[in-house]
Design a binder for this molecule. Sequence first.
Ligand SMILES: C[S@@+](CC[C@H](N)C(=O)[O-])C[C@H]1O[C@@H](n2cnc3c(N)ncnc32)[C@H](O)[C@@H]1O
Length: 278
Amino acid sequence: MQDAACINFLQWALPQLHMRWQGFRKVRGQVCKRIQRRLNELQLADAASYRNYLEKHPQEWQVLDSLCRVTVSRFCRDRGVFALLGDQLLPELIRLLQAREETTLRCWSVGCGAGEECYSLALLWQFRLHSESPGMFLQVIGTDTDAAVLERARRACYGYSSLKRLPPEWIEQAFDHQRNEYCLQPAYQTGIEFIGQDIRREQPGGHFHVILCRNLAFTYFDAPLQAQIEQQIHAALYPGGLLVLGAHEVLLEEAGFERLHAHLPVWRKADDSAAVPG
Ligand SMILES: C[S@@+](CC[C@H](N)C(=O)[O-])C[C@H]1O[C@@H](n2cnc3c(N)ncnc32)[C@H](O)[C@@H]1O
């Protein structure tokens, strides 16, 4: 499919999936390739025929929705964000929890991909925070709607390019290097759980001290859906809890949130009681 035809098709189809074309502009190549493969499967000649097909077969929208998932990720994506979390924000949060004699730091990674974000937190915890947090535990729930990436997350084996932002000594200690793969040792997977969930319809139970919703809702979803996700996340955070977005993302409304850094995408849920319940 020609680029122009694919752009035209996406500009027509994405709003009907409550997604925004602007988010897809740079990554359209991979989405267009998948759409072309689907056209071949259905033996359709071009984007116009697929448009007709979608109009006649409403269940096909679900297939198209799955073709529009972008699953790229890596460990400690956006180094500045993970440095701010490790150097300042998580130690502050842990001190608050310790003062309240709470023992578990609960985190949720929305659209967790193949687990890179969840395991980045686990590594930060093991190598930087654990020694200053005696008696405390890290719990991370990763949710994603794509069964294939969740399978990779549970397997926890990666190519070097996914790990290259990690300090070499972390890679050396935490991963077993076999052939072209680096597999995270089970000891570093403690407290991490992966669940198949679509953020538009479901979310894990309970409240969280930290929620990462990066390079998903605030890039690809349209404004009303972003507003819905923002409210869902706000409700799921403890007062004083942290929300981390992707490097180029911002909150739509910011209601009930305070931005913590001028350039890095980190917010805190407004805390009327000045304490983080656990
Ligand atoms: C670009 S990746 C981001 C991964 C990671 N958060 C990061 O920033 O590196 C987006 C992830 O969101 C998942 N995803 C897409 N739509 C979703 C939905 N409606 N609910 C949950 N996850 C979704 C995709 O399968 C993909 O793994």
